[in-house]
Design a protein around this ligand. Structure first.
Ligand code: NAD
Length: 294
């Protein structure tokens, strides 16, 4: 059993803290939102009135926050409050520059740290089946292993500090672009009189095969579990896809790389989210593509 603090008890951090408590760890937590605090307390987390109060006795500190700005602000409060040598694991999806700064600030105060953004969404957080993309020194990633094993099914050590964020961003740039390409293919097929099931049968077993076809198919029918079968509810919100694409754009600009397709995908999702701000799975972009081609 370890003493673990979870700071940021929202849609992802809440169920992650609950799973750690259910696994027998001594879990403390903090979130400024009363609803998040109440839900965590009901799930066996000892909720403290402040972040520093939550980490005071922690061996491991997990943060699950909206942006890099939040993470750096919270690190500045928590690093001096945590016991010497406590391990910091940031599971938020944030920009690479902030991830690097977070590692530097942790190192400067004697804390080992890992960036460990996730894939798997709220369903994976609840089920304890997340995938972690970890960046950091080997010893820190090894130390995080037993805790991450409670929360997920797989941890990939991607490299040194911030490598996890780089991997997550590159993966999601491909995912955003491929969902648009797949949706355009289904709309084109519809217009040319090809049944969606026929296109699926070909693409899912041919060179067009990808996750956007085989798992998250944007048309109802071929993959019964895909969000398209339930009016695009659940799944990975288009707003979060846009957030990740923007992180990729910013990192590319900093690295002097011009990801033409990535940028187009960002612009496409930005238009979609502005036009239709409902929280829908990102595969709902197909509705926007149909709308653009009446
Ligand atoms: P969320 O908005 O539900 O939760 C974030 C929580 O952080 C909120 O409860 C908020 O009150 C809290 N918070 C804000 N400032 C704080 C502070 N100073 N101290 C403590 N808590 C603070 O967001 P989420 O969906 O849980 O996402 C968290 C992170 O996980 C994001 O970086 C997101 O990009 C990433 N992510 C989310 C998903 C998903 O499907 N929701 C999937 C993969 C990755």
């Amino acid at each position: 059993m370890s003493r673990i603090a979870v700071v940021g008890l929202g849609n992802m951090g809440g169920p992650m803290a609950a799973n750690l408590a259910a696994a027998g760890h001594e879990v403390t937590g903090y979130d400024p939102a009363p609803g998040a605090r109440e839900a965590a307390a009901a799930a066996g987390v000892t909720v403290r009135p402040t972040g520093p109060g939550a980490v005071r006795a922690a061996e491991v500190v997990i943060t699950m926050l909206p942006t890099g700005e939040h993470v750096l602000g919270v690190y500045d409060e928590l690093l001096p409050a945590a016991p010497d040598g406590a391990l910091f694991v940031d599971c938020s999806t944030i920009d690479v520059a902030s991830a690097r700064a977070a590692h530097e600030r942790a190192a400067a105060t004697g804390h080992p740290s890992v960036d460990a953004p996730v894939s798997g969404g709220v369903v994976g957080a609840e089920a304890g089946t997340l995938t972690f993309m970890a960046g950091g020194e080997q010893a820190a990633v090894d130390a995080a292993g037993p805790v991450l094993a409670v929360l997920g099914k797989r941890t990939v050590h991607c490299g040194g500090p911030s490598a996890g964020q780089v991997a997550k961003m590159c993966n999601n740039m491909v995912l955003g672009a491929s969902m648009i390409a797949v949706s355009e293919a289904f709309v084109l097929a519809e217009r040319l009189g090809l049944e969606p099931q026929a296109l699926f049968d070909v693409m899912s077993t041919s060179s067009g095969q990808c996750w956007a076809v085989s798992t998250n198919c944007p048309v109802p029918g071929p993959v019964p579990t895909s969000p398209a079968n339930r009016a695009f509810s659940g799944g990975f919100a288009a707003q979060l896809m846009l957030k990740d694409l923007r992180l990729a754009d910013a990192a590319a600009a900093e690295a002097g790389v011009e990801p033409v397709i990535g940028r187009l995908a960002t612009a496409r999702y930005a238009e979609f989210v502005t036009r239709d701000p409902r929280t829908q799975d990102f595969s709902a972009i197909i509705t926007d593509i149909r709308r653009a081609h009446p």
